[in-house]
Design a protein around this ligand. Sequence first.
Ligand SMILES: [Fe+2]
Ligand SMILES: [Fe+2]
Length: 428
Amino acid sequence: MAQDALNYFLHALGALFRIRRIYPSGTKQVLQSARQACQKLAEWGRPVRITFLGNDTIVEDRKIETLPASFRALFQSLQQLGFESVQIEADSGEDDLTAWIEDVASKSRTPYRSSKIVAGSLKLERRVEPDSVITRAVTGYMGFLAEAQEVLSDLESKKPEGLVRAREIVCAIVARLAVGRELFEPIREMKNFDDYTFTHALNVCVLSSALAQALQVSDEMVNAIAMAALCHDLGKKEVPKEILNRNGPLEPNEWLLMEKHPSCGARVLLDIPGVESSNPLLPVVAYQHHMGANQSGYPKVRRNLPQYTLHFASLLVAIADVYDALRTVRPYRPALTVPKATTILIKDALSGKLHKEYVSRFLLLLNVLAPGRRVVLSDGSCGIIVETHAGYPLCPMVSDEHGKVRDLSKPSAPTISEVKEESTGDPQ
Ligand SMILES: [Fe+2]
Ligand SMILES: [Fe+2]
């Protein structure tokens, strides 16, 4: 029934737009139509949020499959004018609705802001004239970060509206990744940002989405993975802050608390209405992200489940999670450089803790094992990468100190045990 009231309002709003396009402003027809829309909004009694994400139109938390003729013209105009989000307060009056509809009818592309109605971009990005890719990435990142903080707080309080907003963020991130890679490594510039929890969640979301895209999974799955990555550490809210930020090793009983965060996170997420049916990956990834590809991590799987396999999304998020943690300043150590972090990823991949193929794809994204890079091999020798096998950077051709070229893809060949720093040019 409540949904009907919302539909009636949308129909009335669409009618107001159509009538305003036929009759001049201030005429009897327009005023009557505005009154009608205002009444319908009062009957609905709540704010109305309309979001355009790519080809999707979402009203509140519901995707509209086919736009009804009654408000199709209004929604299409909003999309064509570049609006991504409209928020109409429940107590908007006739004047508020009329003034905004005037603005839409005048084909204004500038964000609209009155005390009752706000229309513009998804608040994820302040529109600035970018003078460089980094500026654009950092500006976008700051917007995403503010939004991510609110979304994660909503989800921590088990509010289902957090899911819709999380979807908005990940769609915006994934869309920007598809356009270019500008958010991928430049976000690392923000690694010292104060609040580790939120930057970490957002970084893991961006890195996991980029990795999922590189693995060519479907767009729908990229979005699902990005959302799961954003929420992967939600269970840390149950871990005392002094343990999370401890400047030194944890006591065994503190580790026990820390190791509970995956199951706590899964539980928090499962308690949010709608998660189990529409976002089942969220609790799965929260639960599995520390298990390890070889299940050497935590939580431990009970012995009577020998066929237990991790979801591939958990394996992707685990790589992004480890990489971001290594590249970030923590109370107990400085941020590691890209080569040092890469060395640890390779070790974890070779030991089976991280999924080897996915780490390999991740390293391609980082482009760190490229020709010219100095490496130390597992037999103790040093060399320089001279060529990489297409798509598989873990086993390149390496020229050793004597100029002999070794193919690390051969079964008997040594593996890379350390990626050396470059004298200049490495991202720090
Ligand atoms: Fe975690
Ligand atoms: Fe994490």
